[in-house]
Design a protein. Structure first.
Ligand code: BGC
Length: 814
């Protein structure tokens, strides 16, 4: 332990007090011992430090900060160094705002295109995610503060996010869902990890010994701090035993008291608590150093420029028929679409940043040199059809050489706490596109959204530029690409299926009641599409450039692969070359190929560079469930150098010696996994993969409701009051949507409907405690008066205890 002497001076009460927040964002301090409180703030693509009213859903304003492109955009840059520089800028702003821990990056895998927070996450691939995250963390932490990688782990849906039980087999867990965290921890050296809300195979993530102890601490040697997601603690003592130092936000001492009692009763050794205190102190002292320095103003303009640079490298050119882009000098464009007037540049929820500056397409047009003949809104942002707007748009489109059409998803559709309902963009936008096509087929669409959408309309556009959610400077960055001042170099960090139904988790997303079964195993994203040979709209790793690249001279060596990359076009540009590895043996099932390396190279016209991509420890490994270790299968491996997961430019093979581990699977029991056709695996086959019976996935409607049941389950509660409340909430949600108040309706879903009962105590900062919650549950379960009496009695008790404590403190101080 690093702070043994200091810990020796602490009382049990003081130690326990450090284990949960002082308020919504700060940790506890111990003045007499010089322990300062730390400030934690969101993250991940800008600082959201709330000076006044606090919340975890991005509702109340925060201090202005640079809004960088969201993670889904940054990932398209495939540029680790750029991510690191962005992290550095983020960290600088965090220091300026006196923030010790920046709550990001978010690195959950994109298992399904509809997952509500995909815009906040990097990729469907763990290797790309891990490398980019490690870069960002290094950048943030270079400022002397801590990053906080989140949400650990398998938090891949928003519906029932605080209660859902994720059922996933050990190999998939390791290879797909944990590898990014492993890289972030080992290579990024993050000092803080945020545990996720959900359960993993039957145990809440922060209490899960296997996840938190065996893997995080023992295998990866993580010696930093684990903080719960806000309100995500279930059993505080179980969390502490698993090594969860900090619970956020405050519980007004309630859970600290549970820790004290557990230590006194011998349920938990004081040493366990001491270790947690030690790690927390270390974080506080190391991150506190830089915050002692005098305040340094941020140069807002240079940070905005940085946000623009990140955006320029992250935008993806998806279609460019007849080289309609870059726009030829002097062509007359009609600018159409609501997003041109008011850019869609970030998502909703806890990541919502209050930008320092906001670029605007219409205002930046002149500077870009693009000749505009006018602007029309064309459609209503929130989906209402409007023929007049379409007619007005068509009228100017007729007079233009090229139509620049700004389409996408609105901010209410992509929000934390809610999964999307479909992969479509609103119908009114598609109708506008069809109408415009009739009058002028030279359409370049600019898409703004943070996740994958279907594009049955793709034939109606000649050019398609995907800006994702490109941050506060995104509008200008997009114009610079349209005008040809910047050559696009982004490549998709996720696959675009043709239809949502093609997605492997289509039948098993989201989990609606007790659990969500990851029946597709390791086959998410391109791992599925390329193995099961399912056509896609745009493959993983795809993106066009205004120039062309030629790959040649592949050489596969023992420790690396080398090849030549030449810019064969007439414009300087950057190319992302990708290394995929596939195993030729079929003894152990696996995806046809997996990303194991990548580089981004800048080349002048005609220039050739010799590129080397090393094979690292992840290149040939797989997780063997029999030995419970990473192993290597002895076999010949395909070494593929590619411009996207389906555009293989160079092929080689290499023989790799194995580690001689026993074969882990019974092939006959796992036919779908051996073919990769996993879009509808039977429960029996899934259980063969799991190695045990999956828990019953639906609610037991006969049981009384408990702490971890959600308000949504009041629909079958015994108590009339609970049933009535459920219907009132459902009605309010329906009604608010009906009258167009979608964001308020969403709020009901996020903060009430899917909230487990324990959340009432965990998120009210001490207004309602657990004994009062027992009374509420009595009411819910049909004992109205008994429950009400209990609530009132416990409230009186709580207030008395607080009063006595306050009195004791005052007397102590006299
Ligand atoms: C989110 C976290 C966020 C926290 C604090 C939670 O609702 O899941 O990502 O950091 O709130 O705002």
């Amino acid at each position: 332990m690093k702070h043994k002497d200091l810990i020796k001076q602490m009382t049990l009460e003081e130690k326990a007090s450090l284990m949960s927040g002082k308020d919504f964002w700060q940790t506890m301090d111990i003045e007499r011992l010089g322990v300062k409180s730390m400030f934690l703030a969101d993250g991940p693509h800008g600082i959201r430090k709330q000076a006044a009213a606090a919340d975890h859903l991005g509702l109340n304003p925060s201090i202005p900060a640079t809004c960088f492109p969201t993670a889904a955009a940054v990932a398209n840059s495939w540029d680790v160094l750029l991510g690191e520089v962005m992290g550095y800028y983020l960290g600088r702003e965090a220091v300026a705002q006196k923030v010790n821990v920046l709550l990001g990056p978010g690195i959950n895998m994109k298992r399904n295109p509809l997952a509500g927070r995909n815009f906040e996450y990097l990729s469907e691939d763990p290797y790309l995610t891990g490398k980019l995250a490690a870069g960002m963390i290094r950048g943030i932490q270079a400022n002397g503060i801590s990053a906080c990688v989140k949400h650990f782990a398998v938090n891949n849906q928003e519906e029932r996010r605080m209660a859902i039980d994720t059922i996933v087999d050990e190999r998939t867990l390791r290879e797909v869902y944990l590898t990014a965290f492993e890289i972030a921890i080992k290579e990024g050296h993050t000092q803080t990890v945020m545990s996720s809300y959900n359960m993993l195979n039957g145990t809440y993530a922060n209490e899960n010994m296997h996840l938190m102890r065996d893997i995080l601490r023992d295998e990866w040697n993580f010696d930093g701090v684990v903080v719960t997601d806000w309100g995500g603690s279930n059993d505080r003592v179980a969390g502490l035993l698993a090594g969860n130092e900090l619970e956020m936000p405050t519980t007004a001492d309630e859970t600290n008291e549970e820790i004290i009692q557990a230590v006194k009763a011998g349920k938990i050794k004081e040493d366990v608590l001491d270790e947690c205190v030690d790690r927390l102190l270390e974080l506080s002292f190391t991150t506190g150093e830089v915050l002692k320095e005098p305040h340094q103003e941020i140069d807002i303009a240079s940070h905005h420029e940085m946000a623009q640079r990140v955006s320029e490298e992250s935008i993806v050119l998806l279609k460019n028929e007849g080289n309609i882009l870059p726009l030829k000098k002097g062509v007359k464009v009609a600018v159409i679409g609501d997003f041109a007037k008011e850019a869609r540049y970030q998502g909703a929820g806890s990541s919502n940043v209050n930008p320092t500056i906001l670029s605007n397409t219409l205002e930046s047009l002149e500077e870009s040199g693009i000749v505009s003949i006018g602007y029309e809104q064309g459609f209503d942002r929130y989906g209402k059809k409007n023929k007049k707007k379409v007619d007005q748009a068509c009228a100017i489109a007729k007079q233009a050489n090229v139509v620049l059409l700004y389409i996408g998803l609105d901010e209410v559709t992509e929000a934390e706490g809610l999964d999307r309902q479909s992969m479509e963009i609103p119908e009114n936008q598609v109708e506008l596109l069809h109408a415009l096509y009739e009058v002028n087929p030279n359409i370049v669409a600019v898409l703004s959204c943070g996740s994958v959408v279907e594009m049955p309309w793709i034939d109606k556009v000649k050019g398609l530029l995907h800006g994702y959610l490109s941050g506060q400077a995104g509008a200008k960055a997009i114009l610079r690409i349209l005008a040809g001042d910047v050559n696009p170099s982004g490549k998709l960090a996720e696959t675009y299926p043709i239809r949502y139904e093609d997605t492997p988790s289509y039948y098993h997303f989201p989990g609606k009641e007790v659990s969500v079964e990851y029946r597709e195993g390791p086959y998410i994203g391109y791992r599925y599409f390329d193995t099961a040979n399912v056509n896609v709209l745009f493959p993983f790793g795809y993106g066009l450039s205004y120039t062309t690249f030629e790959y040649s001279n592949l050489q596969v060596n023992k420790n690396d692969v080398t090849f030549d990359l030449k810019n064969t076009g007439s414009m300087a540009g950057m190319e992302v070359a990708q290394l995929y590895v596939g195993c030729q043996s079929s003894d152990i099932f696996r995806p046809a190929k997996e990303l194991k390396g990548f580089t981004k190279t800048n080349l002048q016209p005609g220039e050739t560079k010799n590129i080397t991509i090393p094979f690292d420890d992840k290149a040939f490994r797989y997780f063997n469930i029999k030995t419970n270790k990473w192993e290597i299968e002895e076999a010949n491996y395909d070494i593929l150098i590619a411009a996207s997961s389906t555009d293989i430019r160079l092929r080689g093979t290499t023989f790799v010696e194995g580690t001689g581990a026993p074969l882990p699977y019974d092939k006959a029991a796992l036919p779908s996994y051996y073919t990769g056709k996993v879009n509808d695996v039977s429960l029996t086959e899934f259980e063969s993969l799991l190695g045990y019976k999956a828990p019953v996935a639906i609610w037991d409607r006969t049981k009384p409701l408990g702490y971890n049941d959600t308000i949504a389950q009041c629909q079958y509660a015994k108590g009339l009051f609970a049933k009535f409340s459920f219907h009132a909430i459902s009605f309010a949600h329906w009604f608010l949507r009906k009258i167009g108040k979608r964001s308020t309706a969403n709020l009901i879903m996020m903060s009430i409907y899917h909230m487990p009962f324990r959340g009432i105590a965990r998120m009210t900062g001490g207004i309602i405690n657990m004994p009062m919650l027992d009374g509420i549950l009595m009411i819910v379960n049909g004992h109205f008066f008994k429950g009400l009496r209990h609530v009132l009695k416990e409230r009186r008790k709580m207030l008395k205890v607080r009063k006595d404590k306050k009195l004791a403190r005052v007397t102590e101080g006299m």
